[in-house]
Structure formats: structure tokens, C-alpha cells
Design a protein around this ligand. Structure first.
Ligand code: CAA
Length: 380
């Protein structure tokens, strides 16, 4: 497998690196502290084309491949995972789903604005009692002929307060189980659609996570994505690609924490020498570097599978499972290498340790990834 990056991919990677250093790093600690959404930074990422990276140019996107998207996710996540999750959700869960399965009218009306970053979107699958068990949807979308009436609650929705467009998964026909589920486009401001309180989170505190309340919301039929009953498949197919984005986020957190730990170990002295000269520290760095490189290969492979038209459900799940484990482990070790300094906010690694945890939970927990992987390898 050859992961040699093209000139264009190297330029995109550098642009993301520069953006992360110049625009995300200043204020990242304060935003985390205050749970402040990086609105200005998101606007600028839209201008750079980071919010609709894989969308065709005719729909306002950058027309790039998945590997370029992964490179950007990695660089942004080295510095600010709260900002990078906005990029991941908008690209993978909102734009990709709309471009792949939406009608031409939906693409013209919503995708063009989402891909250009004029507005951002949210993906609404999780519910108070339907997290991992995603088929147990309690939110209903009752068919009223020319429209649906939506009732229910969605939980832990990324971009919940800041999005303008919400892709909402809801049950239309209970008898049909997951085949009776639909995906609907709901706009902010539709009557009966309320944004619930913001969550006070352990990590990615700059990300805007809310519950959403639907009380007799009338959604026109033309806002349904795909055929009647396609909603669950829509969610699963969309999440299969979303997991590559989160895997890249996890990779970035790991690589960012490792780079800080490596630098610190060559500056900090103990027992008369830089701590990197102590084998206890050098071996930690060796393990971190090795695991990050292994995670990077899994993430790039999943991205290339998607770009080459291969099935990426298995490779994406493996990439997310492994990269998120490496992110957590690496961030914990980065704090350890920093010692007392690692425990205070100024050195960034404690935030990365808190941010890493969510990569093992959202877009399918590690346990769900193992379900996806085991079913795939055992199916014949
Ligand atoms: N592609 C296409 N179809 C798929 C699919 C995929 N990757 N995975 C499943 N399906 C289809 C199945 O084929 C099946 O359809 P048929 O009956 O027609 O064959 C249907 O979906 C139901 O599948 P299962 O029988 O396998 O369903 P299950 O109840 O056993 O659950 C699961 C499968 C993989 C566990 C699924 O429920 C799942 O992925 N759960 C986790 C949900 C999740 O990731 N939530 C994250 C929330 S979003 C988020 O975090 C976003 C954010 O804001 C950051």
C-alpha cells in the first residue's frame, strides 16, 4: 500500500497545519474553559473549504478526496478537537449523506450552503434510550400525506445549537421496525422545534452539544431523504464514513499529545539530564510513536478504501476502534511525561486527555465497532 501524498494533498495538509497553529491554538484553553463554540474559526474553515471537502464543486464543495479530508482532520485535531468535530460532522454526517442520497432540490436548497460553510448542519440519531441501540427510535414521524409530524427528543447532538439544518432520524411505522424509519431534513425555526439545554461535558467543551425537542413539528414530504423507510440504512451508511472522520480526529489528538510530550521530554531536566535520556520516558515515546503510526495506516487505508470505491465499513470501524484507543492511551502517557505540568491547563495535554475520551464513545462506541468488525469477519 502506497500512502505517498500528492503535491495537492501535501498543500492541503500544510494549510490545515498553519490554520491550526495560527487560528485554533490562540484561545483554545480559554474556549475549553468557557465551553465557547469556536464560531469565528468555523467561519474561517468554511472559507478555506474545510466544511464541504468531498462535495462536488457544483454544490459548493472543494471536490477533494477522503484522504485529503483525513489529513485536514488530523492536523486540526492535533490542536483543537472541539473545532475538528464540527468539520467531521458537517463533512461526513451531513454533506456526504445529502450529496449521496438527497434529491436534486435538497442539494440545491441545503447542500450548497452547508458545503460552502455558510451554515452548518447536525446529525440527529441518538436519543435518551437509543444510543448504541440505534434501531430503538422513539422519535416519531407520522405520515400525514404531504408532510410528517415529528415528536420526540434527540440527545447529545453535536452542533445542536449552532446548526441551521438537522438530519433527523425518526420512526414512521413501528410495525416495520428499522425498515419503518425515515431521515428528514428539519430547519432551525420550524414551529415546535426547540433546542434544549447545552451539555456540560468532560471534553470537547468548545463543541456545541445539545438535546433537541420536537413537538408536533410539521416537516414537508420533500424533506425526506430517499425512499420511505430508508432512514436507518441512511444513518448506518452515513456513520460508516463518519467513523473515518472520527478515527482521523483520534489520530490527530494522539499525534498532537505525542508531539508535545516529545518536545517537553527534550527540554525538561531531572537527575541531571533531559528526561528523554531516561529510558522510562524514551520507551514511552517509542510505544506512542509506533502505535500512532499503526493507527495512521489504518485511518489512511479506510480513507483510500472509500476513495477507491471499496467497502469501507470494516476498515472504518477498525480505524476508529484502534485510533481512539491509541488517542486515549497516548494522551494519558503525555500527561504522565509532563508530570505536574501535565496536570495543569497551560500545557494542553490534560485537555487532550479529556478530549480523547469522546472518540471511544461517539459515532459508535468501541464496543459497537467490535460488533461491526466481528459481524463482518464472521459473516461467511
Ligand atoms: N450499511 C448499510 N446498511 C447497514 C449497515 C451499514 N454499515 N449496518 C447495518 N445496516 C443495515 C442492516 O443490513 C440491516 O438491514 P436489513 O435488515 O435490511 O439487512 C439494518 O441496517 C439493521 O442492522 P442490524 O440488524 O445489524 O441492526 P442492529 O440493531 O443489530 O444494530 C448496530 C446494528 C451496528 C449496532 C447499529 O445499531 C449501530 O451502529 N449502533 C451505533 C449507533 C451510533 O453509531 N450512534 C452514534 C450516534 S451519531 C454521533 O455520535 C454523531 C455526532 O454528533 C458526533
Amino acid at each position: 500500500m502506497d500512502f505517498t501524498l500528492s503535491e495537492e494533498q501535501l498543500m492541503i495538509q500544510q494549510a490545515a497545519k498553519d490554520f491550526a497553529q495560527n487560528e485554533l491554538l490562540p484561545g483554545v484553553i480559554e474556549r475549553d474553559d468557557a465551553q465557547k463554540f469556536p464560531a469565528e474559526q468555523v467561519r474561517k474553515m468554511g472559507e478555506l473549504g474545510f466544511l464541504g471537502m468531498m462535495v462536488k464543486e457544483e454544490y459548493g464543495g472543494s471536490g477533494l478526496d477522503t484522504l485529503s479530508y483525513v489529513l485536514v482532520m488530523e492536523e486540526l485535531s492535533k490542536v483543537d478537537a472541539s473545532a475538528s468535530v464540527v468539520v467531521s460532522v458537517n463533512n461526513s454526517l451531513v454533506c456526504w449523506g445529502l450529496e449521496t442520497f438527497g434529491s436534486e432540490a435538497q442539494k440545491q436548497k441545503y447542500l450548497t450552503r452547508l458545503a460552502s460553510g455558510e451554515i452548518i448542519g447536525a446529525f440527529c440519531l441518538s436519543e435518551p434510550e437509543a444510543g448504541s441501540d440505534a434501531t430503538s427510535q422513539k422519535t416519531t414521524a407520522i405520515d400525514m400525506g404531504d408532510h410528517y409530524v415529528v415528536n420526540g427528543t434527540k440527545n447529545w447532538i453535536t452542533n445542536g445549537g449552532t446548526a441551521e439544518v438537522y438530519l433527523v432520524i425518526a420512526q414512521t411505522d413501528v410495525e416495520k421496525g428499522h425498515k419503518g424509519i425515515n431521515a428528514l431534513i428539519v430547519e432551525k425555526g420550524m414551529e415546535g422545534f426547540e433546542i434544549g439545554p447545552k451539555e456540560n461535558k468532560l471534553g470537547i467543551r468548545g463543541s456545541d452539544t445539545h438535546s433537541l425537542l420536537f413537538n408536533d413539528v410539521k416537516v414537508p414530504k420533500e424533506n425526506r431523504i430517499g425512499e420511505d423507510g430508508f432512514g436507518f440504512k441512511f444513518a448506518m451508511k452515513t456513520l460508516a464514513g463518519g467513523r473515518i472522520g472520527i478515527a482521523a480526529q483520534a489520530l490527530g489528538i494522539a499525534a498532537g499529545a505525542y508531539e508535545l510530550a516529545r518536545k517537553y521530554s527534550k527540554e525538561r531536566k531531572a537527575f541531571g539530564t533531559e528526561i528523554a535520556n531516561h529510558q522510562a520516558i524514551a520507551f514511552k515515546l517509542a510505544d506512542m510513536h509506533t502505535k500512532i503510526q499503526a493507527a495512521r495506516h489504518l485511518v489512511y487505508e479506510a480513507a483510500c478504501d472509500k476513495d477507491n470505491g471499496k467497502d469501507y465499513t470494516l476498515s472504518g470501524a477498525m480505524a476508529k476502534l484502534y485510533a481512539s484507543e491509541v488517542a486515549m492511551e497516548t494522551a494519558v502517557e503525555a500527561v504522565q511525561i509532563h508530570g505536574g505540568n501535565g496536570f495543569v491547563k497551560d500545557y494542553h495535554v490534560e485537555r487532550m486527555m479529556r478530549d480523547a475520551k469522546i472518540t471511544q464513545i461517539y459515532e459508535g462506541t468501541s464496543e459497537i465497532q467490535k460488533i461491526v468488525i466481528s459481524r463482518s469477519i464472521l459473516k461467511d
